[in-house]
Design a binder for this molecule. Structure first.
Ligand code: SF4
Length: 83
């Protein structure tokens, strides 16, 4: 929505958004309100900075938990996994 508003120089109320379920073709329209969009606009640079900061971490210690490890895609090769 934010991208479309900037690219097409349109207001939020002029742009339609919808979630499309590819298997069924069903759609679910979404409406975004100004306050939501402002929150997302503020969140993007903050989250981006946090993601970039992760490059400076020395390592990523494992944090095993039964719930997470059960569905983890790395469980087969992880020495820390909880079963
Ligand atoms: S299996 Fe390893 S990497 Fe996956 S959640 Fe558990 S501790 Fe983390």
């Amino acid at each position: 929505m934010l991208w479309a508003m900037e690219y097409y120089t349109m207001n939020a109320d002029e742009i339609g958004t919808e979630l499309v379920f590819l298997k069924t073709g069903a759609t679910k329209p979404y409406r975004f309100y100004d306050e939501q969009l402002r929150e997302v606009q503020e969140m993007i640079p903050r989250e981006f900075a946090m993601m970039n900061a992760s490059y400076e971490y020395g390592d990523f210690p494992a944090r095993p938990s039964q719930r997470e490890c059960l569905s983890c895609k790395f469980a087969e090769v992880c020495s820390e996994r909880k079963m």
